[in-house]
Design a protein around this ligand. Sequence first.
Ligand SMILES: [Ca+2]
Ligand SMILES: [Ca+2]
Length: 443
Amino acid sequence: MPPAICIMRVVCFCLAACLLGSMFGLANVAWGAERLRVMIETDAPGGDPDDEGSLVRFFLYLNEWDVEGIFCTRRADQSRNQEDGQQCLLRFIDAYAAAWPKLRQHAPGYPSPEKLRSITYAAFRGTTARDALIAAVDREDPRRIWYVNWGTNDGNLTAMRQALDHVKATRTEQAYRHFADRLCFSRDADRTYHVTEHIPYLHQWVDTRNPDRWYHRFAPLTAKAGGFDLTRDVKTGHGRLGSYYTIPKEGDTPGFMFLIPNGLSDVSHPDWGSWAGRFVPRTDRFRREGFFWSDARDQWNGQSNRDNTLRRWAVHLQNDFKARLDWCVADYAHANHPPVPMLNGSAGPSPVEIIAAPGEAVMLSSQGSSDPDQQGLSCEWIYYPEPGDYQGDVSIQGARSPEAVVTLPGDADGKRVHVLLVLTDNGEPALTRYRRAVIYCRR
Ligand SMILES: [Ca+2]
Ligand SMILES: [Ca+2]
């Protein structure tokens, strides 16, 4: 088929896929359509100072979401440095305030320090945190809230549990279940002061901790990726916020990394892969539709293991962190900004859905992709079998060209094939964004 006809066919199929998406389970794709509502709960400044590393990274991505709550669980007598959790967070917000004028030059959407102060709550004292969470869930907004728990201090109830307990005690069973269904939860809930008894009613749950302590793998897999150097790239020369970074562990970081709309992640599909790794449906007692945990494996560089689900993106995510630390202190002209990929004429981070017949050649094009710094761009097209349901080989011609041709196997009828566009600029550090083609093979 001549390329022009093939492109037209792909465009037509894209439109058809949009119309028919729900038939194929491809509806409800969240990216591009809306900013996520996000809340975090942190046990900073605990005996383990790793939350303070995660906080540095989290603050640098605040432009990506509508953050509506920061809940602190440590009392002063439970902290390692005599400040309670709220005081710790206010200290971080002061450091963010110093960087805010610069950050705003680099990307829209960074909330004001005043806004952040107004949504930072002490969950260990009174009912203000609980009530704020309830009010946010009750607010008229079609979007659900992602509640990312970075650990709740022993003996203190998580704010989410306080809210759910209260709603359960004061509303009808139906109203309680509706309330719980407005929440998506990230990280673990194993212990009783977490939300185990409410878990069955939550809309979605991505456990970035279990099984086998996946959260302990973040630092070993990323800390030195691409020559990353904590002292040089974070703790010195990048302002007060970077200087607050503690230890390279960031066990809670995966809890929000998969929420970053970089074209790779899709919150509706944690099993598609992200900067937190890839997640699969649970197989334990919490097995239920919409519940995932960290038990995926990727075949990559000749090996199949769980680390690959994160390791394959480690350089990209650390370079992105590095650039954002530069944003804290540099003017726009003296820092790098990520490229903006286009896939088959479509902008935004959402996947492009294509329907094509088995045996057909599908053209994928990055034409129209750009870089805000006018840097050169390199394209890579990756067949990513694990998120799809066709496990055999798929050939890609032009895998390092701006346009590629994917030949669908003859025996892929009824299967979905995932192909990623990985677009990297040649700035310093080199930055990467992605687009995903989900090709549904159908005769
Ligand atoms: Ca923690
Ligand atoms: Ca750039």
